[in-house]
Design a protein around this ligand. Structure first.
Ligand SMILES: *Cc1c(COP(=O)(O)O)cnc(C)c1O
Length: 492
């Protein structure tokens, strides 16, 4: 491809991306292809001779687009949102045009320096304590791929600190604490690092939040049994129900166990801290007073294209002590002098993507005001949705709606005597109906044995009409489920 062909293909690509975004509402949100559809459609081997790019671009439309789930679709309410903005897309495009592995400062000074700056900007807009800023040269922030990587890195740093301070403790005695509502990243960190994991119990009465007393009892039990709990992964905004662990109580307990590293996973909800009115409910004061590390994903509810997971630590030396391996070929003048950040020592890989560019583009283009408006718009839409569920005779809320997430289920007033098992069966049937549709994407969860449906709002294009349509679909499928139940007497 020469420069003129590149220009032409580039213009066409941007045009088609714009067409894609303006046609989202007319597409089914969920792909309707069957497993294996693509292998059937594509040749078994790569071409021997290069092909015309126009053909390749057209095949993208023909074969790939039909196999896409449209996460930016206004009727996408499944899982949690995945951010995409035009500024973010352009940031990715520019970054792709200057591939730099960015592992140390001299690999591309702009890459490291911009990351250090945007991580301070984001820390500031979220109201994080200054001790997390890169300018302190003590704490600092780094962009990771995912919240799972962030939790793994925090656990590696915590383990390394613990072992340094307790050199005679055998690794098998170490324990990683999570709760029963912690994202699977907790278990995964345990698997990867070969650690014992203890999931502390949380209850519906406490809105599925970890209480200080539960932590205290567990710490006492484990320490008495000769075990060494060394890290707790707490959550602000759990995936199932948006629960916020009681970090105020947790830090009161943890003060008496100063070797316990507190990592706060706020993958989804953390971005809401941009709005001062949500900071108390998100336990920000306790994060600022006590957390050793804090993570939020701007690629979820934060308008920045995947991947954009932010990790801040109060003491960067715990990261670099754990991860700095510097053979001769990686030494550099500024790295040796310690006058620059070498981000290779803040994550698992050596090379890293130039992710700060899209942060810079989006933060500047939207401003703090744009971020706040987006978050409050989503939250208002969810409040409307939750209110309609609360008022209905058919449905009930299963957990307190939080920010842009509502967890609900069918609980018809006309059938007051259903057992817990019957209600779960009824709701599985109801969810099965929702899941078989391609005009709405919504997912399910289980809260301590209660099967329920999650409605998570966050696509930038979602407006009130889309939420009304979702309510309409949910209402109709609910009624259909009940008719079926009343006809058959039960649902298999
Ligand atoms: C989505 C989510 C994660 C996982 O995020 P990745 O970045 O995909 O690893 C972790 N924790 C919570 C609370 C989440 O909602």
């Amino acid at each position: 491809m020469d420069i003129e062909q590149f220009r032409k293909a580039g213009y066409q690509a941007i045009d088609r991306i714009c067409d894609y975004y303006t046609s989202l509402r007319d597409r089914p949100v969920l792909s309707q292809v069957e497993p294996g559809y693509l292998r059937k459609a594509l040749p078994a081997s790569a071409p021997t001779e290069g092909e015309d790019f126009q053909l390749i671009a057209d095949d993208y439309q023909k074969y790939i687009v039909p196999g896409l789930t449209h996460w930016q679709h206004p009727s996408f309410f499944a899982y949690f949102p995945t951010a995409s903005t035009f500024e973010g897309i352009l940031g990715e495009l520019y970054a792709a045009s200057v591939p730099t592995p960015g592992f140390n400062w001299s690999a591309s000074p702009a890459c490291t320096e911009l990351e250090a700056v945007v991580m301070d900007w984001t820390a500031q807009i979220l109201g994080l304590d200054k001790s997390f800023y890169n300018t302190t040269e003590v704490g600092g922030g780094v962009i990771q791929t995912t919240a799972s990587d962030s939790a793994l890195i925090a656990t590696v740093a915590a383990r390394s600190r613990y072992i340094r301070e307790h050199p005679h403790v055998a690794i098998e005695k170490l324990v990683l604490y999570t709760t029963t509502q912690t994202h699977s990243l907790g278990k995964k960190a345990g698997l990867v690092l070969g650690l014992k994991v203890r999931a502390l119990e949380v209850t519906a009465e406490d809105d599925f939040a970890l209480r200080g007393e539960t932590l205290e009892v567990a710490l006492k039990e484990d320490v008495d049994a000769g075990l060494h709990p060394f890290v707790l992964i707490a959550t602000i905004g759990t995936t199932s129900s948006g629960a916020v662990d009681r970090l105020d109580e947790i830090s009161d307990v943890a003060k008496r166990y100063p070797f316990l590293w507190l990592h706060v996973d706020a993958a989804w909800a953390g971005v809401a801290l941009v709005c001062p009115e949500y900071r108390e409910a998100c336990q920000l004061p306790a994060v600022n007073h006590y957390a050793d590390s804090f993570c939020t994903n701007f690629h979820k509810w934060g308008l920045i294209n995947f991947d954009a997971s932010c990790l801040w630590v109060r003491h960067r030396k715990h990261l670099t002590d754990a991860l700095d391996v510097t053979p001769e070929f990686l030494r550099s003048k500024h790295g040796d002098a310690g006058t620059v950040i070498d981000y290779r020592n803040w994550h698992l890989g050596l090379g890293r993507r130039f992710r700060s560019l899209k942060f810079w583009f989006v933060l500047r283009s939207r401003g703090v005001t744009g971020f706040r408006r987006y978050i409050t718009d989503c939250t208002k839409l969810n409040a409307t949705f939750a209110e309609r569920i609360r008022e209905s005779d058919q449905f009930c809320l299963v957990a307190k709606p939080f920010l842009a997430l509502t967890v609900f289920r069918l609980a018809p007033k006309s059938l007051p005597h259903l057992t817990a098992l019957e209600l779960n069966a009824l709701n599985r049937a109801f969810y099965g109906r929702l899941a078989s549709r391609s005009d709405i994407a919504i997912t399910q969860t289980d809260l301590n044995g209660v099967f329920c449906v999650r409605m998570a709002i966050g696509a930038e294009k979602t407006v009130e009409g889309d939420v009304d349509r979702a309510l309409d679909v949910i209402g109709r499928e609910g009624r259909a489920t009940l008719r079926e139940w009343e006809n058959v007497g039960t649902i298999s």
